[in-house]
Design a protein around this ligand. Structure first.
Ligand code: AGP
Length: 605
């Protein structure tokens, strides 16, 4: 998604704007730009492509000015070119925007009917020209406020004004916007990550709020333009996570970090002395919870689907799962004894945030499992369970997925014990097993070169299938998602038992089929599904934790993960699939950390 930055300072800002835009690159984009106020003139520079291109333009024609805004654009309206890149400026204002103005066509027609000319194909330009119109009779804040009332859709805005050269106005509806504070310098940004190299003091706008900042002060206003005070958070120091170190890609670093991040997570939730899980403040009495609804998108949805098997296995609680973009439009029946759990790495995914809002409006209890604890979804939930994975930069989620699974499993164990669905022995045994997980993950990562050989099978493949049963099915979905988003190869995740109901028609000579078959109650059935594939020429890549199973001659490659217990196996089965997707992407020269068309945080629906 787009990323915005604004800086009001006592010194020139363009270098810091560029540095912040580089921090925002992980969100995914296809053009970049900035505008500064120099001698009361709006000095706009923008281009398609990477921030480096913008930097080259600035090098040739420097932008001075102590007030400025910047933007990396992920195209929603209008092709990714310099004309559609942000900022969008008139002779009076310059605007950067993250989100979608849903009634932009209607507004554009009204303005064109007044003879106002547009330069771009974007929705954002209507904001620029509406504010310009309002400025004829209003001060900046009122001009912006009146403009926002006309807009439908979502936005985080940064706005500078030709004739008010000391202010930046920010506004938020649906897309996140943070404010940062420093000495003789203040900032707005899409997230704290864009600001953390300049400050660790951060506030967050809530929907409907505006802010005006100068280099010396920041004022916030609510939906009625009344001044409000905002809490100032101090960010944790985890700068280390924002550097690749000796790794070629953030994704590889984040795969390799998993033994540590999972251990961090376990240590946060399990009292190592009492060997007890220290989750206490459930928003509903555990005995009174009659249903858990798990909601997420993409990889976060796959962690919900995996957790469903754990809740069914260990508790007597009814479990429902849903994709957030589906949930938010369903005709829902809410119940005060349902616990709605929102899983989101970024905590900013628009569909997940919207689904949470619907639950809040229906006065039901909500929990969020997030990696960014100061995120919108976390701040809007009754209860937050962080995954403690550290900043995840790679667009393809890896360590956050394992963090989500770890927290969901821990929550499930605690609930099962509190509700007496499992006895103390089982509870203690499962906690003991959980503590073995980091070392088992480490063992999986040691077999990377086997995976590199496997990856070669995909070079000329036109697609692939990932098959699994039971809790291996969501892992098949996750493996397919990783391969799709990293190598741009078509890949299907499917319940192995479904092959005969159609997908078997896809099997032809040499098609790579990843069969995920741990030694569980489904093993024999999955093996017979595998035989059906072999009989039709499929090339089997076999992932198991079964030491005894000799890999039959028709299996092209096998990968064994360590076995702790069947409940934890899905977590371990994920590792080879993450590494496989990574190495296939390398072989296909894809952009591993910033796959095409994708964004790290999908803040538009
Ligand atoms: C994961 O590899 C993808 N990048 C994507 O599916 C992601 O999981 C999804 O957009 C949800 O993001 P969130 O966890 O930040 O809400």
């Amino acid at each position: 998604m787009c990323g915005i930055i604004g800086i009001a300072s006592n010194k020139p800002v363009s270098v810091n704007i560029i540095n912040s835009l580089k921090k925002l690159e992980y969100r995914g984009y296809d053009s970049a730009g900035l505008a500064t106020l120099t001698d009361n003139n709006i000095n706009e520079k923008k281009c398609s492509g990477r921030v480096e291109e913008l930097e080259k333009i600035l090098f040739k024609t420097p932008s001075n000015g102590n007030i400025g805004i910047g933007h990396v654009r992920w195209a929603t309206h209008g092709v990714p070119n310099s004309l559609n890149a942000h900022p969008h400026s008139s002779d009076q204002v310059s605007v950067v925007h993250n989100g979608i103005i849903e009634n932009s066509d209607e507004i554009k027609k009204e303005l064109e009917a007044k003879g106002i000319k547009f330069k771009s194909q974007t929705d954002t330009e209507v904001v620029t020209l509406l504010i310009t119109e309002e400025l004829k009779n209003n001060k900046p804040l009122d001009s912006v406020f009146k403009t926002l009332k006309k807009l439908k859709g979502s936005f985080a805005l940064g706005i500078i004004f030709k004739n008010f050269a000391n202010i930046i106005i920010g506004a938020r509806r649906g897309s996140p916007l943070a404010v940062g504070y420093a000495k003789e310098e203040n900032y707005i940004g899409s997230d704290s990550y864009a600001l953390k190299s300049m400050t660790n003091k951060i506030s967050y706008l809530d929907d409907g709020e505006l802010c005006i900042l100068t280099k010396d002060e920041v004022n916030f206003y609510d939906t009625k333009l009344k001044k409000v005070n905002k809490k100032i958070f101090t960010l944790s120091e985890d700068e280390a996570s924002t550097d690749k170190g000796e790794y070629k890609h953030f994704m590889l670093k984040e795969i390799v970090e998993q033994p540590d991040t999972v251990k961090n997570c376990i240590d946060e939730y399990i009292d190592s002395i009492k060997k007890n899980i220290n989750i206490l403040n459930f928003p509903i009495e555990p005995q009174n919870i009659n249903k858990i609804v798990l909601i997420g998108c993409g990889t976060a949805y796959n962690s919900c689907l995996t957790a469903k098997y754990w809740f069914e296995e260990l508790t007597s609680i009814d479990v429902e799962i849903d994709i957030a973009s589906e949930f938010r439009y369903r005709k829902l029946k809410f119940n005060s004894n349902n616990l709605y759990i929102f899983v989101s790495q970024s905590g900013e995914t628009a569909d997940t945030a919207a689904a949470l809002d619907i639950c809040k409006k229906n006065n039901v209890k909500t929990c969020s499992i997030v990696n960014v604890i100061e995120s919108t979804i976390a701040r809007n939930s009754d209860w937050v369970l962080p995954i403690y994975a550290g900043i995840e930069i790679g667009v393809a989620s890896t360590k956050a997925f394992l963090g989500q699974l770890t927290v969901l499993y821990i929550m499930c164990l605690k609930l099962a014990f509190l509700r007496k669905d499992i006895n103390e022995d089982t509870y203690i045994k499962n906690i003991r097993n959980l503590k073995k997980l980091p070392d088992a993950i480490k063992k999986c990562l040691k077999s990377e070169n086997n995976i590199q050989l496997m990856a070669k099978e995909f070079i000329s493949a036109k697609g692939s299938m990932f098959l699994g049963r039971g809790s291996s099915y969501p892992i098949a979905l996750e493996g397919a998602l990783k391969l799709k988003e990293l190598s741009y190869l078509h890949a299907e995740g499917y319940p192995a038992g479904e092959m005969k109901h159609g997908p078997l028609a896809l099997i032809e000579e040499g098609l790579p089929v990843i069969v995920i078959a741990p030694k569980d109650k489904y093993f024999e059935k999955t093996i017979s599904n595998m035989q059906e594939v072999i009989a039709r020429g499929g090339k089997i890549l076999f992932i198991t934790d079964n030491k005894k199973e000799s890999l039959n001659e028709n299996i092209r490659f096998g990968f064994r993960v360590p076995h702790i217990d069947n409940l934890l196996t899905p977590i371990l089965l994920t590792l080879p699939l993450q590494m496989l997707a990574y190495h296939v992407a390398l072989l296909k020269n894809c952009d591993v950390d910033k796959p095409r068309n994708l964004a790290k945080s999908v803040t538009v629906e």
